[in-house]
Design a protein around this ligand. Structure first.
Ligand code: FAD
Length: 446
């Protein structure tokens, strides 16, 4: 059996490793158009900030390590076509420029996403960047040398992480966001303002409701033209969203979902026999709403890849879906969410209610305790938990979102959360942890 994988990062390499383990006889080949496999893109902002020493530290496995495990890796090889009837792909070798045809018995598309580049961002000007992979990070890092002013465009989690990183590098930072607030898709209104306040506390100039019209400069960028005037900048980072890489899936005739990502079943099979899809380019099911969603995140990509690897190798594994859990840090604030926000629930027509509790992340009498805010959302009538949003001034404190995430997967109620036997000691939590206080209040109000 020949298993061919397109894309050699989270989903692709998880699939390759799993398939290798389960089927020692299969021939497994990974085609990657870039020059690196198996790295943690999530760590890129922290190399920029200096918290991670080098880009090389983000690499988990090298091609030679994978080859030693019997997994073929072809770097600089772009897959440009799929013929499902002949069960072949067309591959272009960037080095030689030659194209060849390669057969497969099982094919995995693990092609990820690409950063959205509005027309004004498609420019030859130096100093304009996106951040998706290690070469992007290296280019940005080089661009920062000698720069004084940075403009980050986009107030999603990558933009917010970068605002902190650039500040840490000594630049003055302006953050532009088209919507009314930063972190707009992650949090409810009100909570978003706390994120903005944290940025402003660290001298980031946050401007919301601003539309970018173009960039200024001759060879190198000097500013960002907006509908609210010119923002001067030596470096511009465009972080306005991503779009799934689905060209190959379309070429294969695979169905896309409403989100624009590849539609798959729980075995990660596309609508085309023997063609699988996993990772950021792929839709999944939201376990709270039962709807199909596209939420491109690291654990999801790794897990989808693992499931695809099992199934391609002849096993049977199913991806259970996600509950929309996300977390990030900007300066001294940890931000996390899982499930639905109140706004999400309202948009779906659910009869939802939210409660807010502000407390300390561990015993208030303990010197290192910091404020933490929890918003819990539940469904009237059923008492079902729908979601949680957390903001913590000790960033690690919001990792307790995982408790709610685990319960959401089980369709638990607010009472179930209140009944949870959580760990307690003064350096870690209060005896009645803020989650339990919020669950009790939500249960009573529902
Ligand atoms: P990718 O990592 O995009 O890999 C796809 C690969 O396919 C690429 O290397 C690409 O070159 C290759 N490819 C595409 N088309 C072809 C082709 N035709 N031929 C050959 N090769 C091809 N997620 C989190 O959960 N938490 C975080 O904190 C977090 N932080 C992030 C920070 C940044 C700056 C970025 C960029 C991402 C972050 N993510 C985070 C997202 C996470 O990195 C992704 O979910 C994960 O990398 C997805 O893995 P993937 O394998 O699906 O896709």
């Amino acid at each position: 059996m020949r298993i061919v994988i397109v894309g050699g990062v989270a989903a692709g390499m998880s699939a390759a490793s799993r398939a290798r383990r389960l089927n020692p006889d299969a021939q497994i080949v990974v085609f990657e158009r870039g020059e690196t496999i198996s790295y943690g893109a999530c760590g890129l902002p922290y190399v920029i900030s200096g918290e991670v020493a080098t880009f090389g530290d983000l690499i988990a496995r090298t091609p030679s390590q994978m080859r030693a495990r019997g997994i073929g890796v072809r770097l600089g090889h772009e897959v440009t076509g799929v013929d499902p009837r002949a069960a072949t792909i067309t591959v272009t070798d960037h080095g030689s420029g030659r194209s060849t045809t390669e057969p497969y018995d099982r094919l995995l598309l693990a092609t990820g996403v690409s950063p959205v580049r509005p027309d004004w961002a498609r420019t030859p000007l130096g100093g304009v960047h996106v951040l998706r992979d290690i070469p992007d990070g290296e280019a940005l890092d080089a661009s920062l040398r000698g720069a004084r002013r940075a403009c980050v465009i986009g107030g999603g989690y990558i933009g917010l992480e970068l605002a902190e990183a650039l500040h840490a590098r000594g630049l003055s930072v302006v953050l532009l966001e088209k919507g009314p607030e930063v972190a707009g898709r992650m949090l409810d209104t009100g909570l978003q303002a706390q994120v903005r306040a944290e940025l402003e506390r660290h001298s980031v100039d946050v401007r919301c409701g601003v539309t970018v019209q173009g960039l200024t400069g001759q060879d190198r960028v000097t500013g960002v033209q907006t509908d609210h005037g010119l923002v001067r900048a030596d470096v511009v980072i465009v972080a306005v969203g991503v779009k799934p890489n689905v060209t190959l899936a379309q070429a294969a005739g695979a169905r896309l979902g409403k989100s624009g990502a590849v539609a798959v079943n729980a075995r990660q099979e596309t609508s085309v026999p023997s063609v699988y899809s996993a990772g950021d380019n792929t839709e999944t099911v939201h376990r709270v709403t039962r709807r199909r969603v596209h939420i491109p995140l690291g654990l999801t990509a790794n897990r989808m890849g693992r499931i695809a690897g099992v199934n391609m190798a002849g096993g049977d594994a199913r991806f259970p879906g996600v509950v929309g859990t996300g977390i990030f840090r900007t300066f001294g604030l940890g931000v996390a969410r899982t499930g639905l926000t109140q706004a999400d629930a309202d948009a779906l027509g659910l009869n939802a209610l939210s409660v807010d509790v502000t407390s300390t992340d561990h015993a208030g009498y303990h010197r290192s305790s910091r404020p933490i805010h929890v918003r819990l959302t539940g469904e009237r009538g059923t008492g079902r938990l729908l979601g949680a949003q957390l903001l913590g001034h000790n960033p690690l404190s919001v990792k307790r979102v995982d408790v709610v995430a685990a319960l959401l997967g089980e369709r638990a109620t607010a009472q179930d959360l209140f009944d949870a036997d959580l760990a307690y000691a003064p350096p870690f939590s209060s005896v009645w942890d803020v989650l339990l206080v919020a669950a009790d209040r939500l249960h009573r109000e529902l």
